[in-house]
Design a protein around this ligand. Structure first.
Ligand SMILES: [Fe+2]
Length: 130
């Protein structure tokens, strides 16, 4: 979410506008997912971790020196969505038979991430034609 927000501001160039708007629009969606997950974690007896407890390893979406490299951002977004999809799928499987409320919530979030991946795959295909 932080990298989406950064890219939505950092990108330059005539063809970056749609990508910047799509990323900016995704920031509140991703924040809402985090809030949903945090609320559910608390409900089932956990504690929501603070920022220092979270490892940060996202390399593909770090800001590039070339701020017109829109393709790199699109590829980074698709990679990030793939990671999210894999993680949510894992959670859904873990919840099977034990926690249907979390499972249903995460299935909803997963559908959103799949849609987002599809959107960026479409952007990338169009860009690579030009
Ligand atoms: Fe997403």
């Amino acid at each position: 979410m932080q990298n989406y927000s950064a890219a939505s501001v950092n990108l330059d160039g005539v063809r970056s506008d749609v990508i910047k708007k799509a990323l900016a629009a995704d920031v509140p969606t991703e924040l809402m997912h985090a809030q949903q997950l945090a609320g559910r974690l608390k409900t089932i007896g956990g504690t929501v971790p603070g920022s220092l407890a979270l490892p940060r390893g996202q390399r593909m979406l770090q800001p590039k020196e070339d701020t017109t490299d829109v393709v790199a951002v699109m590829k980074g977004v698709i990679a990030a969505e793939e990671v999210a999809i894999a993680q949510y799928t894992k959670i859904i499987k873990l919840c099977e038979g034990t926690d249907y409320v979390t499972r249903d919530m995460v299935i909803g979030i997963l559908g959103g991430e799949e849609e987002h991946r599809r959107e960026f795959n479409g952007f990338l295909r169009e860009y690579q034609k030009a």
